[in-house]
Every structure is written in C-alpha cells, then in structure tokens.
Design a protein around this ligand. Structure first.
Ligand code: HEM
Length: 318
C-alpha cells in the first residue's frame, strides 16, 4: 500500500516536470510555475532522497539496496581491494606509531596525566563539527542564491525611481521579491554566516581553554587560525555583494585600510579590491573570492584540519 502511494507521487512529480517542460512555450502559467518551481523541486527531490535513505536505514533494508550496486561497481573496478589496502596501511601506520593506545596518537592529556575528564566540557566539543555543519548549509544555500545573483557593480540610474542602482542590487531585489523561497534561503545564508563566525570563534576558545593547542597539536592550531581568517574573509566578501549602502560603506572602509598599508598600499588595493577606487571590478573580485577562491581553499583546509584530529585523536578535558 505504502509502496503504491510512493509510486503514485513519483509519477505525478515526473508528469508535472515533463508536461511543464513540453508546454512551457505556449502556456505562460505553467512556464511561470516551472521558472519558479524548478530549483525548489530539485531541493525537494534531494530532501526526498535523504528521507528515503534514512527510511531504508531504519528498516534495515539499506544493505539490500546498496550491496548489488557495490558488487556491480566492484566487478568493474576491484575497488574492494583498494579500500582494504588503504585501511591496512592506515592501521599499520597508526599501530606502529602508538601500539598501546589504539587510535589516539600520541596519548591524550587525560590518558597521560591520568586525570578525571570533566563531563560538562563535552558539549563544547561539538563546536568544530557545528562550524563544519554551518559551512555545508552555507554552501547549499549559496548555490541556490548563485543561480540568481549577478556580480555587476556598475552604477546605473533606475528608470522608475531615478536613484542609482546596479545589476547586483537589482538581482538581490529579484531574490527577495520574485524568486520562490528566495528571501528564506537568503535569510538562512545570512544567519548561517553569523552562526559560523560565532561557532568557529567559540570552538577556538574551547581549544584554548582545554589546552588542546599544545604539543602535538600546534600545527592544527595554526591551521585553525588560517580557517578563522578565511571565515572572516567569507563574511566580509559576502557583505559587499548586495552592493547596497552597507556593502558600499564596508567596501570604502576596506579600501581605505588596504590603501594605508605602508609602501604597498596601492598594490594591496589593486589585488584585493581590483583598483584604488571602488568600482564594478570590486564586486566581481569579491564575488569570485566569495564563491570560488575561499570555498576551495577553505574546504581543503577544513578536511586537512579534521583529518589531523582523526589521526592525532581528541585532547580530552583536563
Ligand atoms: C572553519 C573552521 C573550523 C572547523 C570546521 C573546525 C573543525 C574542527 C573539528 C570538527 C574538530 C574536532 C573536535 C571539535 O569539534 O571540537 C576540531 C578540532 C580542533 N580545532 Fe578546529 N575547526 C575550525 C577552526 C579552528 C580554529 C579557528 C582553531 C584555532 C585557532 C582550531 C583548532 C583546533 C584544534 C587545535 C583542534 C584539536 C582539538 C582537540 O584535539 O581537542 N580550529 N576542529
């Protein structure tokens, strides 16, 4: 019964999709629906997929679905051998380096000094993970906004109001007023950014107050400092993108700061802001930093940061 209902819903969805595409040209209502509904539909499909996976997992059906897929791939690429070899290699390295203490290398503070762990510190150990979660949410909402945002900072006069505006600002207006779920997705992106800055900072405080920055985790502390810088740069570059009064004012302050660097002020301004005066180039530069340079570098460093935690183990509270 349940299966049939799921089947019916899927068919209806596919039907709407196909008929919408086929008759889009001659049916303005459907075209409008498709224009507004395509991306939410993609999001709903992804959400449906995730819920489906959770359902399969909870009912114990997941292995029965995944195993044939895995066998199909394994027959062609012998992946199982590679995964096994990688696992063997990982554990042999870890056990050679720290035979007595399982995976934690070297021993944590709690083990080394035989101190009692202070349980009420534990919730603070979530903060690094929460920072990463915020990053994932920001990536997903950012992709949605990227479909509509236009990085055009050249000022033009608005024909209706007679006030200066720009392609960037107009695209923000579109997101806030026309795009389905646009204002919600933008709000989630906005608050997600605040959340990430706060949780990264609190995570750093936790690491500091439990003394986890000490030997052997000095390098990971430095890596973390770079991640904090990247998080702040994410915030700054994103703040400028709407090219509204706030963004423009923040750009002015940043530009003045760059220009005041002794001896190489102009070069710094050129590099960071695309010139010594704010212009359309500034927005394009901030955009590319925000959606490509920082995500690529940031994501790589986050994975490295968490891989080091995996290798070295957590420093428990003491
Ligand atoms: C984008 C930012 C960051 C992400 C996603 C992140 C992620 C994580 C995660 C998931 C952990 C595992 C333990 C936990 O969750 O507390 C961790 C541990 C750690 N992080 Fe971060 N972190 C970030 C920023 C920072 C910053 C700003 C610092 C310090 C300047 C830092 C230094 C450390 C250190 C030293 C550890 C090891 C702590 C221990 O062994 O107890 N991280 N990080």
């Amino acid at each position: 019964m349940k299966k049939n209902i799921l089947y019916l819903i899927t068919v209806i969805f596919i039907g709407i999709f196909i008929s919408g595409n086929a008759s889009a040209a001659d049916a303005p209502l459907l075209e409008d629906l498709m224009e507004k509904g395509t991306f939410p539909m993609i999001f709903i499909s992804i959400l449906g997929g995730i819920i489906g996976l959770i359902y399969l997992y909870l009912t114990g059906l997941l292995p029965r679905v995944l195993l044939p897929i895995w066998i199909w791939i394994d027959e062609r690429f012998a992946l199982y051998r590679y995964v096994n070899a990688a696992k063997r290699e990982y554990y042999s390295v870890v056990f050679t380096l720290m035979p007595a203490s399982g995976r934690t290398m070297p021993r944590s503070h709690t083990e080394r000094y035989n101190v009692k762990a202070v349980w009420y510190w534990y919730p603070f150990y979530c903060l690094g993970g929460l920072s990463f979660l915020a990053f994932i949410v920001l990536t997903i909402t950012g992709i949605y906004l990227g479909f509509y945002y236009v990085p055009d900072g050249e000022f033009v006069v608005d024909e209706i109001t007679g006030k200066p505006t720009s392609g960037a600002y107009q695209s923000m207006e579109l997101i806030m007023t026309q795009v389905t779920f646009g204002y919600i997705i933008r709000a989630v992106h906005h608050w997600g950014a605040h959340f990430m800055v706060a949780s990264v900072f609190l995570h750093m405080m936790r690491v500091y107050f439990v003394g986890a920055y000490r030997n052997p985790r000095e390098l990971n502390w430095m890596l973390g400092s770079i991640l904090l810088l990247i998080t702040i740069m994410f915030g700054y570059t994103g703040y400028l993108l709407p090219w509204d009064e706030l963004g423009y004012a923040a750009g002015t302050i940043g530009l003045e700061m760059a220009m005041s660097v002794p001896a190489m002020g102009d070069i710094t301004a050129q590099l960071v802001f695309g010139g010594t005066v704010l212009s359309g180039d500034t927005v394009l530069r901030m955009y590319w930093l925000h959606v490509f340079v920082l995500p690529v570098i940031g994501f790589g460093l986050m994975i490295l940061h968490m891989a080091l935690v995996w290798i070295q183990g957590e420093a428990e509270p003491h």
